[in-house]
Design a protein around this ligand. Structure first.
Ligand code: F6P
Length: 554
């Protein structure tokens, strides 16, 4: 797989898509008036019901997209990923997050190692640890049971656990709370530790590399906070052993930090940080929701993996959604993609997807090092509905930019509340879902000038009150937001991201783009602390900004 990357823009399918785009006239009203068209595009992937019919793609476009996938060998690359080939070319690594959710009965040997056995060995230890914390068997150094778990990590070692902790709030154990520290802004540690009782607090230091400045700094801050506040007489080593555990691929560095490796949970270099929440990186979540629910989450991931691996192209939801995103990005000029969950519990889902999609596909060279001559990556963003409706939907409805949007909703509410209006009981979830259905309809159909006039609107206001319509959306529904469904949703977006990266011929699994800023921060630190010589080496703008900082520091 690592030889040459196909330049997708040289394929016949790309040329066909370019031609189709030139003459393409969207007509979602016609599409949605055709029950057969809608039925053919209402797909099932595990427990997800996915309606693709409101996308700006007719049968010709879809056929050309499938041809594109064939010409750049998306299926072969997918199979290479599942088999553990080193498709992360620039780091010479396998990409095997899918192995994290294989059942214990499966087997997969990669680079001479049975990875399924390894995964389940760690998982069993992590589950046992989570149970000890949940049951109160694991106590702090003074013998009190743990009430708060603080995950210290950033990027993939933070965003997944936080997002899922929020999403699965109804599944959490009472009396146990998780908090998360990620930012090196001291405000984060300062605020998060506020009000905590050191005797009942357990820290999980989560870092794939155990070399990330933010995480190590925050871990040291938390260690000092703990040791300063525990009752005198508590032995420091015992305190660290009872209040600090770690999750990392670098167990030697964990030991150097002073954490007993008996209390550390490993994973492997074939798990990318942004694909790691279903490894031991999810330890805080395991403690919060328990091993059984975590196992359901993994089963959900696996169900979507199997769908992606085995479903034929026409029925393959991640493949089709990924290809549609390529169509919007490379042929219809979209730059961004909105993800709009109609679930307050998914309020961190768009932030999670930002790392997943943008760290993966924000690349300007193909995996063989050749520069791309076409756009890659989409800016993913979003907020839960209906809040977004009262904030940024205006631009999606009437603005000049094309913003494809994924709408996500659940048939059953997580909180079933009724509102009493004029003596009637109103199901609030139904009110909520009516908005979900209304928005995709409004975006698709719009409102013509004649329809506006028919409402008696003054002619001077007709254009301002006209909605162009033909704004593309995908609707994703599931029976309820369960751990399994959450796993399915995450895996869906992992594989959409994969498909896009495979078409673009890029390495979706490295992240060299985050290095330069890290290096410069290290170089600049002395200047920030007053080293005039280092400051003098900087460009004029950086010097002036540092001068401003120093003048206003105190
Ligand atoms: O931002 C770069 C990155 O390497 C991410 O890919 C990763 O999730 C994050 O930093 C944290 O890394 P680590 O888990 O090694 O601390």
């Amino acid at each position: 797989m690592s030889a040459g990357a196909t330049d997708p823009s040289t394929t016949d399918a790309w040329a066909s898509l370019a031609r189709l785009a030139e003459s393409y006239t969207p007509d979602l009203r016609a599409q949605l008036g055709d029950a057969g068209f809608v039925a053919d595009r209402s797909l099932t992937a595990a427990d997800l019901h996915v309606d693709l019919s409101k996308n700006l793609a007719d049968a010709d476009v879809e056929a050309a997209l499938f041809s594109l996938a064939d010409e750049v060998s998306v299926a072969a690359r997918r199979d290479a990923m599942f088999a553990g080939e080193h498709i992360n070319v620039t780091e010479d690594r396998a990409v095997l997050h899918t192995a994290l959710r294989l059942p214990a009965s499966a087997s997969l040997t990669v680079d001479g190692q049975d990875v399924v056995a390894d995964v389940h060995k760690v998982l069993d230890r992590a589950y046992a640890f989570a149970e000890r914390v949940r049951s109160g068997e694991w106590t702090g150094v003074t013998g009190r049971r743990i009430e708060t778990v603080v995950n210290i990590g950033i990027g993939g070692s933070d965003l997944g656990p936080v997002m899922a902790y929020e999403a699965l709030e109804p599944y959490r154990q009472d009396g146990l709370t998780c908090r998360f520290i990620s930012n090196i802004d001291p405000t984060d540690a300062g605020q998060t530790l506020k009000g905590l009782d050191p005797e009942t607090t357990l820290f999980i230091v989560s870092s794939k590399t155990f070399g990330t400045l933010e995480t190590l700094t925050n871990a040291r801050l938390c260690k000092a906070w703990l040791l300063d506040r525990l009752p005198s007489g508590a032995d420091a080593d015992d305190a660290v052993a009872k209040h600090f555990v770690a999750v990392s691929t670098a167990l030697d560095k964990v030991a150097d930090f002073g954490i007993d490796t008996d209390n550390a949970f490993g994973f492997w270099d074939w798990v990318g940080g942004r694909y790691s929440m279903d490894s031991a990186i999810g330890l805080s979540l395991m403690v919060a929701v328990g091993p059984d629910h975590f196992a359901d989450l993994l089963a959900g991931f696996h169900a979507m993996d199997e769908h992606f691996r085995t479903a034929p192209a026409e029925a393959n939801v991640p493949l089709r959604m990924g290809l549609l995103n390529v169509w919007y990005t490379n042929f219809l000029g979209a730059h961004t993609h909105a993800v709009l969950p109609y679930s307050q519990l998914l309020h961190r889902f768009p932030a999670y997807l930002q790392q997943l999609t943008m760290e993966s596909n924000g690349k300007g060279v193909r995996w063989d090092g050749e520069p791309v001559g076409y756009d890659t990556g989409e800016v993913f963003w979003g907020e839960p509905g209906t809040n977004g409706q009262h904030a940024f939907y205006q631009l999606i409805h009437q603005g000049t930019r094309l913003v494809p949007a994924d709408f996500i909703a659940f048939a059953r509410p997580s909180y079933d509340l009724k509102d009493e209006v004029d003596g009637d009981q109103v199901d609030v979830h139904e009110l909520f879902l009516a908005n979900f259905f209304a928005q995709t309809k409004a975006l698709a159909f719009g409102k013509t000038p004649d329809e506006v006039r028919a409402e008696g609107v003054d002619e001077a206001l007709v254009s301002a009150r006209t909605f162009p319509g033909n704004r593309p959306t995908t609707s994703i529904m599931a029976p309820a937001l369960t751990p399994s469904v959450l796993g399915q949703l995450i895996a869906l977006y992992e594989h959409i991201t994969f498909v896009e990266g495979a078409v673009w011929g890029i390495d979706s699994f490295d992240q060299w783009g985050v290095e330069l800023g890290k290096q410069l921060a290290q170089q600049l630190r002395p200047a920030v602390s007053g080293d005039a010589a280092v400051a003098a080496e900087q460009d004029a703008s950086t010097q002036s900004l540092i001068r401003y900082y120093q003048e206003n520091r105190r």
